[in-house]
Design a protein. Structure first.
Length: 648
């Protein structure tokens, strides 16, 4: 358990933490929330001992370990990926080196053979107890979950981008298995598949977790308590984010009612005092009322996080029905093909999510549509009257450094929109005098928010957005979500914020293996359909969906074929599950046999047998872990297919 006592921290005249108390209990997962700039990262850095508070103290058990993933880039480490991840386990590395040394000494020993064998047995026993035989397998599993390929393990970390180096650091932290894990905006560095893997991993994590994130879906699924930092005070709400929202709103309404009642009581008492202040017969009562009024404790009036201001996205001129048409398009960078013969149609009013692994081609597709890239083969045609508003991270480079934030946004606004600019900038965390700061002095996140606000006022009828929520807090995301929900144009989104996608989109396009696959519905529908492995609509022949109630004979025939395919797949998976269970039994039996032999002191009298047996034991453990992981995946697919058959 870690306990913060009366933590206070200020930067100049601004107090970020004022007497903060917090108990972080073992095995609990907390979301630390609050607007951008409120002090969340500061609190994490205090817990991690990176900075020292002006007042207060922190108590924790002896040998209590803390792992910290910062929001900004970590220090560059030299070395190959896998060794860097393993580097945190120094004692295991030292023990492994000692084992190798003892093996070499045994091969050349003429004397003290028994003593060396005894040392080897002792060291190997400790190595085994600390998980030494499985640590490399665990490291590879974590790296794979975070999106690394087998061939990446031996690559130099310096070859990867900053986001991938953050993943290496995260893998190192997860392998260390600390008592407390501090994660500052972890989803900013991950794509959707790796984010889903991290969720599953953290759900099984035995230590405590504190997560700073504006990803509602991530918080909702993971966190058991919500710690809100507001006005330099920390309030902890038990339960998930939905429960926090409900409780917070109830608190606001209750406090508002109490404040109004107190205000009415003050006015009533003050009215009596003013009326009878100079009347001698009422002097005692007046003095009594004055004392009573002085004793009334001021109630802090809570307000909702939202400013109450919402803006509407205007469409200067609607597009025709066909917004984009792609036919047999092929594109490559140098010799590497990103797309091969893809087809796609986007229609007016559709709100589409582009999903897929990092590097699959999502951003490339948007850049092809906006004309920043040209295909090597095929056609990409924009419909008549299609006007594009494009937001991407690299577009901050197009901002004029000598302009203010207000001037930059105003350059895209109509005269009617000019009075709204400061409110819109405020929604995106650039409020007050910050609106008149030069672009040159703004942070990277602030520049991104200016670029986003500027695009939203463009009047385009087709908006394309690449990770628009990366630099937005919860309130800003909600404001953007409401604006896009009411938007009457066409929307194409790349985002790892699943809650954001779920609320907005009615179609999902998965980019994978140089092709596109289209799923109708929101993000949750996409997940269900993907997991069930039911044949989906291909991207070649798509258009506006017809009401589901009007099913033709052809549709019913196709559904029957789909059920038959599911049933056949289920039977095949059942056989696979049974075969995998037999293989696991065989591997477990071999593991037990090797452990029995390794526990026999006679084994170490013949040093030549120890090395090969140890290698076999390591391989068997790897095979068992791989087999269990494969069995879990296949079993999940089998259960999904059973559920699919029950529904059909």
């Amino acid at each position: 358990m870690l306990h913060l006592h009366n933590m206070t921290y200020a930067i100049g005249p601004r107090t970020l933490l004022d007497g903060v108390n917090w108990i972080i209990n073992p095995g609990r997962r907390y979301a630390l929330i609050g607007p951008n700039g409120v002090g969340k990262t500061t609190l994490l850095r205090i817990i991690h001992h990176d900075i020292t508070p002006q007042d207060g103290r922190m108590t924790r058990p002896r040998d209590y370990s803390i792992g910290y993933l910062p929001q900004e880039q970590v220090a560059h480490e030299r070395g190959k990926v896998l060794p860097l991840v393993l580097a945190g386990h120094r004692e295991l590395i030292e023990l492994d080196d000692k084992i190798q040394t003892l093996h070499r000494e045994l091969q050349n020993a003429l004397e003290n053979h028994d003593e060396l064998l005894s040392q080897l047995g002792s060291v190997e026993q400790r190595f085994d107890a600390m998980g030494g035989y499985t640590i490399e397998t665990e490291a590879k599993a974590i790296l794979s979950g975070l999106g690394f390929q087998q061939q990446d393990f031996a690559r130099e970390a310096a070859e990867f981008s900053g986001g991938w180096r953050m993943r290496i650091h995260l893998a190192k932290l997860l392998l260390l298995n600390p008592d407390l894990l501090l994660l500052d905006e972890p989803s900013n560095h991950l794509d959707l598949p790796s984010l889903e893997w991290l969720e599953a991993h953290l759900l099984n994590f035995k230590g405590s977790v504190v997560i700073v994130s504006h990803d509602r879906f991530f918080i909702e699924r993971l966190c058991q308590e919500i710690a809100e930092l507001e006005n330099a005070k920390l309030t902890v709400y038990p339960g998930n984010y939905s429960f926090y929202e409900k409780t917070k709103q109830e608190n606001i309404e209750r406090t508002q009612k109490q404040w109004e009642q107190q205000k009415a009581e003050r006015e009533r008492q003050q009215h009596f005092i003013d009326r009878f202040r100079y009347k001698a017969t009422k002097a005692v009562q007046v003095q009594s009322r004055i004392k009573k009024l002085a004793k009334l404790e001021e109630i802090d009036r809570m307000t909702a996080a939202s400013s109450g201001f919402h803006f509407a996205l205007q469409v200067d001129r609607p597009s025709y029905r066909d917004v984009v048409k792609i036919e047999s398009l092929c594109f490559r960078y140098d010799t590497e093909w990103v797309f091969e013969d893809i087809d796609l149609e986007i229609f007016r009013g559709e709100k589409i999510a582009l999903v897929g692994l990092n590097g699959a081609g999502k951003t490339t597709l948007t850049r092809l549509i906006v004309g920043e890239l040209q295909p090597q083969r095929g056609l990409l045609t924009l419909g008549q009257r299609t006007s594009i508003g494009y937001y991407a991270q690299h577009q901050v480079d197009a901002l004029r450094l000598e302009s203010t934030a207000y001037e930059e946004v105003a350059s895209s606004a109509t005269n009617a929109q000019l009075p709204l600019i400061r409110n819109i900038l405020g929604l995106f965390g650039i409020s007050g005098d910050d609106a008149f700061k030069k672009i040159a002095v703004l942070s990277g996140g602030e520049k991104a928010r200016v670029s986003l606000a500027k695009m939203l006022l463009s009047g385009a009828n087709f908006i394309i957005m690449d990770e628009p929520t990366n630099h937005l807090d919860m309130a800003s995301r909600e404001a953007l979500e409401k604006a896009l929900n009411a938007y009457e144009g066409t929307l194409l989104l790349i985002s790892h914020d699943r809650y954001f996608l779920d609320k907005l989109v009615n179609r999902v396009i998965e980019v994978n293996n140089k092709t596109l696959k289209v799923y109708e519905g929101n993000y949750t529908d996409y997940l269900e359909k993907r997991q069930s492995d039911v044949p989906e609509i291909t991207a070649e022949k798509t258009g506006p969906t017809e009401p589901a109630a009007r099913k033709s004979r052809e549709q019913k025939r196709l559904e029957a074929q789909a059920r038959q395919k599911v049933s056949k797949a289920r039977n095949e998976l059942k056989k696979t599950v049974e075969a995998m269970e037999c293989e696991i039994e065989r591997l477990e039996a071999r593991r037990i046999e090797i452990e029995r032999r390794m526990a026999d002191p006679l084994l170490y009298k013949n040093g030549e047998q120890v090395g090969p047996l140890r290698k076999e034991y390591t391989q068997v453990l790897k095979d068992i872990e791989t087999a269990y992981k494969s069995l879990a995946d296949v079993s999940a697919r089998y259960e999904n297919l059973l559920a699919q058959l029950e529904k059909s």
